[in-house]
Write a protein that binds this ligand. Structure first.
Ligand code: PLP
Length: 396
């Protein structure tokens, strides 16, 4: 059987990571992989996480299974983080399953959608995180795209987006990035979220909100504003969240799939289907990451420490955006890079061509994915001059 298989190309980002690792240039810069990096290029374990882990080591009482929905206290804490004091929570309309990362949440959501309506199409932004498309297609769902990023003007194609969403058949799913859009960094403003929320109600599509960067844009609450506006307006939605970035728990694989239903009884029925989906994929989620997040969010002291560490990551990213814009302008680059400062989260498209990307890699050991998406956090005050010189060289 295996000998019939044809080799598949490596995922471009993982391939880039491997090439970067092998590069011996001491000035090399990795702007490819989507993890936060500090000024030294490291992705350290957060102090709040370290303390929660020490507590867990002392206090963990069993390694027995934790159940289909995972750690229920964690699930509840995630609902509060996502929704605040939202009336859907007060009305007992929300159910959550802990999942292996945000990717696990999306896969569970995909299987859940199939159980609701096997003919549903999932609509995603052009462009979107590449794994969205493979993940929904792998689950057997049709994926279609709606206009989103304006490559030419480095903004949003909002009118085009709305015109396409108006045509979406009732019962289809529209995936929206809650904040820090990956790969473009362009987010909807509050008015635009309101328009999309009203449209969802009018047209009858179900919003699926992917929130993988809560706290990396403006603040924990502001980054969930769009999601809360949607929850104010529609009866049903799905939320897939991740603790990979904001808690720095990438390899622990911790996220959540949250359903908001029209009433408590429908929420219970939906939850039973969600849990049956979980059972048939991986039975039960791993315990470690959920316990860490729950320990942090259950302690005032650790929560405060986490907020400070999250603020530090966000402030660094936003500072780097301004630094990149100013440094490129200072090098006399003709192109206007001010858009970098207007976008959110770790990613932006530099908007340079394939040949220029290749030159950056070959001549300067600066690693950028082929779409020109850069991880802003890969830049530092130490390498910014080298980076800006290199970009100026390949552009001029
Ligand atoms: N959604 C988006 C938009 C992402 O960028 C990512 C990770 O890069 C994820 C979901 C999934 O994150 P993870 O599975 O690492 O928690």
């Amino acid at each position: 059987m295996f000998s019939e298989l044809k080799p598949l190309p490596t995922d471009p980002i993982l391939g880039l990571m491997a090439a970067y690792k092998q590069d011996t240039n001491p000035n090399k810069i990795d702007l490819g992989v989507g993890v936060y990096k500090d000024e030294h290029g490291d992705t350290p374990v957060l102090k709040a996480v370290k303390q929660a882990e020490a507590f867990r080591l002392e206090n963990e009482k069993t390694k027995s299974y934790i159940g289909l929905a995972g750690n229920l206290e964690f699930c509840h804490k995630m609902e509060q983080l996502l929704l605040g004091e939202h009336r859907t929570l007060l009305a007992n309309r929300v159910r959550t399953a802990q999942t292996p990362g945000g990717t696990g949440a999306l896969r569970v959501a995909a299987e859940f959608i199939k159980r609701c309506n096997s003919n549903a199409t999932v609509w995603v932004t052009t462009p979107t995180w590449a794994n969205h498309i493979s993940l929904f297609e792998a689950a057997g769902l049709t994926v279609k795209e709606y206009p989103y990023y304006d490559y030419e003007n480095k903004g949003l194609l909002f009118d085009e987006m709305i015109n396409t969403l108006k045509q979406v058949p009732k019962g289809d799913i529209v995936l929206l990035h809650a904040c820090c859009h990956n790969p473009s960094g362009m987010d909807l403003n509050e008015e635009q979220w309101k328009t999309v929320a009203e449209l969802a109600k009018e047209v009858g599509f179900t919003p699926l909100i992917d929130i993988a960067y809560q706290g990396f844009g403006s603040s924990l609450d502001d980054d969930a504003k769009g999601l809360r506006l949607i929850a104010d307006t529609v009866e049903e939605l799905i939320v897939c969240s991740s603790c990979s970035k904001n808690f720095g728990l990438y390899r622990e694989r911790i996220g959540a799939c949250t359903l908001i239903a029209k009433d408590a009884a429908t929420a219970d029925i939906s939850n039973s289907v969600l849990l049956s989906v979980v059972r048939s994929i991986y039975s039960m989620p791993p315990a470690h990451g959920a316990d860490i997040v729950n320990t942090i969010l259950s302690s005032e002291e650790l929560t405060k420490m986490w907020h400070e560490e999250l603020d530090e990551m966000r402030t660094r990213i936003n500072g780097l955006r301004t630094l990149i814009k100013n440094s490129l302008a200072a090098k006399g680059v003709d192109q206007d890079f001010s858009f970098i400062d207007r976008q959110n989260g770790m990613f932006s498209f530099l908007g340079i061509n394939k040949e220029q990307i290749e030159r950056l890699q070959k001549e300067y050991a600066i690693y950028i994915v082929g779409s020109s998406r850069v991880n802003v956090a890969g830049v530092s005050h130490t390498n910014i001059d080298y980076f800006a010189n290199a970009v100026a060289d390949v552009l001029n």
